[in-house]
Write a protein that binds this ligand. Structure first.
Ligand code: 13P
Ligand code: SF4
Length: 310
């Protein structure tokens, strides 16, 4: 396949031809964010997918996000630039093992973080994202026991925030567990003026130093309104592109990984490139498909989330 020189123009043309919308997560490469019609966190992207009039959704994110868009839009073509763009957190919760786990807690309501497969969603009662997890748990009656899956760090954070006991599935994200507490403290000593901001998927030893904890959208909004001039950012550094755009005079420092590697970049998110996005639109593939019975079962808890966080 020949790649045109002006990819931005070629993608724009395909967008009109297909009546497509390009939606991108904050962890995508900067050029993908720049060409997207909509950029957001997982909740924002789900809302966008639930309301779009486009015929084709080009989802610049990872598989579970594109799958959520397909669950909401069975008649639309949903494209993912690289079909290998998975998620360590979603992979940490295999459906068969989760079914056995769930069977051990028959009276429990299952609240699952959106970072999971359609099969797990189909076994869940309510989906949540990092933006609305606390709010959703708070709406569940006090005497109702709850399983929270798959992210143990977000689960632990929600337990602290709500004072509710949750039965946690022990999954995690390789990116958010890569940050080094020690190196982050060293960085803070070098930049005493900087506030530490963190995503709730980070481990407790990182979260305990954070001045603010929130989803990617919440972190972005926080930096904009805070009077601080510098921030140490403990989440995937793709978000810094937007932070810098909305607050051009402020300084954003990525929180360091344990081995000073680039492993704070999500290897799945970063599989997508502008070239692959162009090719996906040109070839109408890789396309997201899923069995109808799973789609229908997975739709119900997603709709509940959208209703509960309206
Ligand atoms: P949010 O988009 O909800 O902030 O989640 C971050 C994440 O890890 C997405 O994969
Ligand atoms: Fe999954 Fe973590 Fe990558 Fe998000 S950052 S897609 S949770 S591996």
């Amino acid at each position: 396949d020949l790649i045109p020189n002006d990819l931005f123009a070629a993608i724009d043309e395909l967008k009109r031809e297909l009546n497509a919308v390009i939606i991108a997560h904050y962890y995508q490469d900067a050029d993908i964010q720049d060409i997207a019609d909509y950029i957001g966190d997982s909740l924002g992207l789900s809302r966008q997918a639930a309301t779009t009039n486009a015929d084709v959704i080009v989802f610049a994110g990872v598989h579970f996000m594109a799958e959520t868009a397909k669950i909401l839009n069975p008649d639309k073509l949903v494209l993912l630039p690289d079909k290998e763009a998975g998620c360590s957190l979603a992979d940490s919760c295999p459906p068969e093992e989760f079914a056995a786990f769930k069977a051990r807690y028959p009276n429990h309501l299952v609240v699952s973080y959106i970072n999971c497969s359609a099969e797990i969603k189909a076994m869940s009662d309510i989906i949540c994202t990092s933006s609305n997890a606390v709010q959703i748990i708070q709406q569940i009656p006090e005497d109702q026991p709850i399983i929270f899956a798959p992210d143990r760090n977000l689960g632990r954070y929600v337990m602290e925030k709500t004072g509710r006991p949750l039965v946690l599935w022990q999954g995690s994200c390789i990116v958010h567990e890569t940050f080094s507490e020690k190196r982050m403290i060293q960085l803070k000593v070098e930049h005493p003026e900087a506030e530490i901001i963190a995503h709730p998927e980070c481990e407790p030893q990182v979260l305990r130093h954070a001045n603010y904890i929130g989803s990617t959208t919440a972190l972005l909004q926080y930096c904009q309104k805070s009077s601080s001039s510098a921030f140490i950012v403990a989440t995937e550094p793709g978000i810094i592109h937007q932070m810098q755009r909305v607050s051009p005079t402020k300084t954003f420092i990525p929180a360091p990984a344990t081995n000073n590697c680039a492993c704070n970049e999500c290897p799945y998110m970063r599989l997508n490139t502008l070239e692959k996005l162009y090719l996906a639109m040109k070839n109408r593939q890789p396309e997201i498909t899923l069995p109808e019975h799973i789609r229908v079962a997975a739709l119900r808890p997603i709709q509940r989330m959208l209703e509960m966080s309206a």
